[in-house]
Write a protein that binds this ligand. Structure first.
Ligand code: NAI
Length: 351
């Protein structure tokens, strides 16, 4: 069968077995596994109908202009800051992402952190290692049922976390000024009108908002000051929402009982006072901080799902069907894949 479309997977993969199965014989898939755009010959870029991009390469206007046949760049992942959305839009190239491949894993990871800290697993393990065998520790666990989980950001992951927490009997409340009324009713959870109200009520606070100017360092000294004494803080959103110094102070002063941090402003985290103290097992922090390496999304199934969904999004666009997750509709005035997609794209709210 003649191959009608050339799909370029420029980075990360050298084996496109999953994509081959989705695309079938009509598509030619190239996997140069480059680290820089100029490692890929100009002729390859020129014959590319669609790109499935990971994070290694930057899709600048120059790179995009080198792909006169390209109709869509799908970012295999959530973030798309390595693609010039405006330049792509002006060329009629749709840029799409895969926003949900990690939704359930991040929610599971959040619950894992919450349960581990609530049930004092780190503390028990450490005390046994030190030769003790007693359940009655200084900071005894509380029954989960009826305690309050405060969710900051009730999007996909916030919602998935809320549903899990409800099954454990937690009283779920959230703060998110951008979700419509009725979200609380549909999920049977409580909406807080202000962040302060949420923080004052929650035994656990879990971050699930986007990182933007408004949420940058949202978890700062004032935020921790407004939390209940002895509460637990969890961040699986983005490192930038956290002021690490403020968290350090909140833990050192025992305002917070414990924290679980999957994402840091710099990754791996800088050797600041908190990380140093934790690595050195200083007694004040030893069992009160859970750290994971931006791993909340990660599992075998989520990576497979991301690749399948990426390939399907490409196929939708190349066959003239509207994409599910276009992130540059605001820059699109014509569409290389067909101007019949314009009304659909203009109905999507830019992020
Ligand atoms: P989403 O877009 O579905 O939800 C984000 C929510 O944050 C939205 O409902 C939005 O209204 C809300 N929000 C925006 N500004 C806010 C503010 N000032 N206060 C409170 N809420 C606000 O995103 P999704 O998929 O649920 O992702 C949530 C977070 O998880 C993102 O930061 C994302 O980057 C992160 N993430 C982390 C992963 C990990 O491995 N740790 C993997 C995937 C996503």
């Amino acid at each position: 069968m003649p191959q009608r479309f050339t799909i370029l997977i420029p980075d990360v993969l050298d084996n496109a077995d999953i994509e081959e199965e989705v695309f079938g014989d009509e598509y030619r898939i190239l996997t140069p596994k480059a680290l820089e755009a100029d490692e890929i010959p100009a002729e390859t870029w020129a014959e590319t109908d669609a790109v499935l991009a990971f994070h290694e390469l930057s899709f600048t206007s120059e790179v995009l202009e080198g792909m006169p046949r390209c109709k869509v760049v799908v970012r295999n992942g959530v973030g798309y800051d390595n693609v010039d959305l405006k330049a792509a839009g002006e060329l009629g190239i749709l840029v799409c992402n895969i926003p949900d491949y990690g939704t359930d894993s991040v929610a599971d990871h959040t619950m894992g952190c919450l349960l581990a800290l609530a049930r004092r697993l780190t503390m028990y393990t450490e005390s046994i290692r030190e030769g003790e065998w007693k359940f009655a520790i200084d900071t005894p666990p509380h029954r989960l049922g009826g305690t309050v989980l405060g969710i900051v950001g009730m999007g996909r992951i916030g919602t998935a976390t809320a549903l899990r927490a409800k099954a454990f009997g937690l009283d779920v409340r959230f703060y998110d000024p951008y979700v419509p009324d009725g979200t609380d009713k549909a999920l049977q959870v409580t909406r807080c009108d202000t962040l302060h109200e949420l923080l004052a009520e929650a035994d656990y606070v879990s971050m699930h908002c986007l990182l933007c100017n408004e949420t940058r360092e949202m978890a700062n000294a004032e935020f921790f000051g407004a939390m209940k004494d002895g509460a637990i803080f969890i961040n699986t959103a983005r490192g930038g929402v956290l002021d690490v110094e403020a968290l350090t102070d909140a833990l050192r002063s025992e305002k917070l009982l414990a924290a679980a941090i999957d994402v840091w402003p710099n990754e791996p985290p800088k050797e600041g006072p908190l990380v140093k103290a934790w690595k050195n097992r200083e007694p004040w922090i030893a069992n009160r901080l859970l750290v994971t390496p931006h791993a909340a999304f990660f599992c075998v199934e989520s990576i497979e799902e991301m690749r399948i969904k990426g390939a399907k999004e490409v196929m939708r666009v190349l066959s003239g069907t509207p994409p599910r997750n276009c992130v540059n509709p605001q820059f699109i005035t014509h569409v290389r894949a067909g101007d019949h997609l314009l009304p659909h794209l203009h109905r999507i709210r830019p992020l």
